[in-house]
Design a protein around this ligand. Structure first.
Ligand code: TRP
Length: 468
């Protein structure tokens, strides 16, 4: 694949600023951004929150949130990244200088880098569960098992710190290897293989699901809205998940946007990525729910849905060892490309800010994140009683793992998204935005007004709901 490092986004002299490449094509950006967006959020979280929130009506609200909040913010983030042409923190610094805005805006990028780092620390632990399940499936341990046996495989894994540490270490190493190799030779090549593979594997799973005899039931569960099942908190869960699943609010799309060639349409690229992300979530739902219904499992089983109930189903179906293994391989791929995107902003920032080379930056960032991940591992077993902020009612009973999840998903993420919407919607020069987007008059106005009004209001609702 071609790699053009000669053109730097800012025109800075080589040698004084890290040399930067561009994505070799629009497709490469789309693959990488989709790789970031599609992850545990789509395949693990989306089905279980859909199950918990009653199906169809929740899915509908989630789709509206993607369109009305997610896509406008994604466009704004990619725009900031491309206009700034640097790591998120420095892009924001350059843009605010150029538009004579308050320098404090660069903290949007700092929040993003910090949030990505915190998320990766526990995301890697869950990625580790998926890795370990590849082996468990492949060795046939799920075949013909009872619910108790499958449940105890899961609780056995959670209670064993050394095993969790091994898988967490392996997952983090996979992420670091790709990030260390850099955006073109590493990320781009990895995603251009992983993403199509993921689609094919999911289609195979959906194909299997069609043979269970419960496909129709799953389709009506997912797509027939029953508004009596929708709660206020369900609406807010849907909105929050729109952020998480599209990798928004944490400057990831800014980091990737900084490599996007100037002639590529930001709107088209953002819509494409969002549609693919949503498509994967819906496909995952179509692959999972027929199996759930066919086995009389509980759709609202919660976060354990994949790890505790699916292996049971795989254990019963013909060729379940093969399908189970494929499924967890798929989950690892998805989590891997997302993990890469969580580390990338921090590594970029270390390179630029501290002048370190990419390998050293990756080692430092990845190692620190790995160490923090150990706290999450221990909070699943030895430290399961440790609740550091338990004296505040809001954090009562939350372990370190829970706290990291809560702090990132419910506080940092909406805050980052809100600030991006306000910065772009209210402060950046309209002319600059129009130049960057080159949309039609009507299209631009629709996007700008959505970002200015609808997005901040929606985000504030989620934010205060989560704090309250
Ligand atoms: N979107 C990913 C998922 O659905 C998770 C993720 C990766 C993410 N990078 C992110 C979430 C940045 C928020 C911000 O699993």
């Amino acid at each position: 694949m071609s790699y053009s490092s000669s053109a730097t986004a800012t025109g800075a002299q080589e040698g004084t600023v890290t040399k930067r490449g561009f994505w070799s094509s629009r497709l490469a950006f789309i693959l990488a951004a989709t790789g970031s967006a599609v992850g545990l959020g789509n395949i693990w979280k989306f089905p279980y929150i859909t199950g918990e929130n009653g199906g169809g009506a929740f899915v509908l609200v989630y789709l509206i949130c993607i369109a009305a909040v997610g896509i406008p913010i994604m466009m704004a983030e990619v725009l900031i990244g491309r206009r700034g042409g640097h790591s998120p923190v420095n892009s924001l610094r350059l843009i605010t200088q150029r538009d004579k805005l308050h320098p404090l805006w660069k903290w949007v990028g700092v929040i993003g880098v910090l949030a990505g780092f915190l998320i990766l620390s526990f995301y890697s632990v869950i990625g580790g569960w998926a890795l370990s399940y590849v082996g468990t499936s492949a060795s046939g341990q799920f075949s013909g098992q009872t619910a108790e046996a499958v449940g105890s495989i899961f609780s056995g894994l959670l209670s064993d710190p050394m095993t969790l540490l091994t898988w967490h270490t392996l997952f983090m190493a996979l992420v670091m290897v790709v990030v260390a190799r850099g955006v073109s030779s590493g990320l781009e090549r990895a995603t251009s293989i992983l993403m199509p593979g993921l689609f094919v594997l999911l289609l195979i799973m959906v194909g299997y699901a069609m043979t269970t005899g419960h496909f129709g039931e799953a389709v009506s569960f997912l797509f027939q809205p029953d508004f009596s099942k929708l709660t206020t908190s369900g609406v807010l869960v849907a909105l929050g998940h729109a952020f998480f699943t599209l990798s928004l609010g944490m400057a990831v799309m800014m980091a990737y946007g900084s490599y996007l060639p100037k002639n590529v349409s930001i709107a088209k690229a953002s819509v494409t990525v969002s549609v693919m992300d949503t498509g994967v979530a819906l496909l995952a739902g179509l692959a999972i729910f027929p199996v759930v219904f066919a086995n009389g499992l509980e759709p609202g089983a919660g976060p354990g849905l994949i790890f505790q109930t699916l292996p049971l189903a795989f254990g019963q179906m013909p060729m379940g060892g093969l399908f189970g293994t494929l499924f967890f391989v798929l989950l690892v791929f998805a989590a891997w490309t997302s993990g890469i995107s969580l580390l990338e902003p921090l590594v970029e920032w270390l390179e630029e800010q501290k002048g370190m080379n990419r390998t050293i930056s990756t080692l430092i960032a990845g190692f620190t994140c790995w160490v923090l991940g150990i706290a999450s591992i221990l909070s699943l077993n030895l430290w399961s009683d440790v609740t550091p902020l338990g004296m505040f009612a809001m954090f009562e009973g939350k372990t370190i793992f829970d706290l990291l999840d809560y702090l990132t998903a419910n506080i940092l993420l909406p805050l980052g998204g809100l600030l991006v919407a306000v910065l772009v919607g209210w402060f950046m020069s309209k002319q600059a935005l129009q130049n960057e987007l080159s949309l039609s008059e009507g299209g631009f106005r629709l996007w700008h007004n959505t970002l200015k009004f609808i997005t901040p209001i929606a985000v504030l609702v989620v934010f205060f709901y989560n704090l309250a």
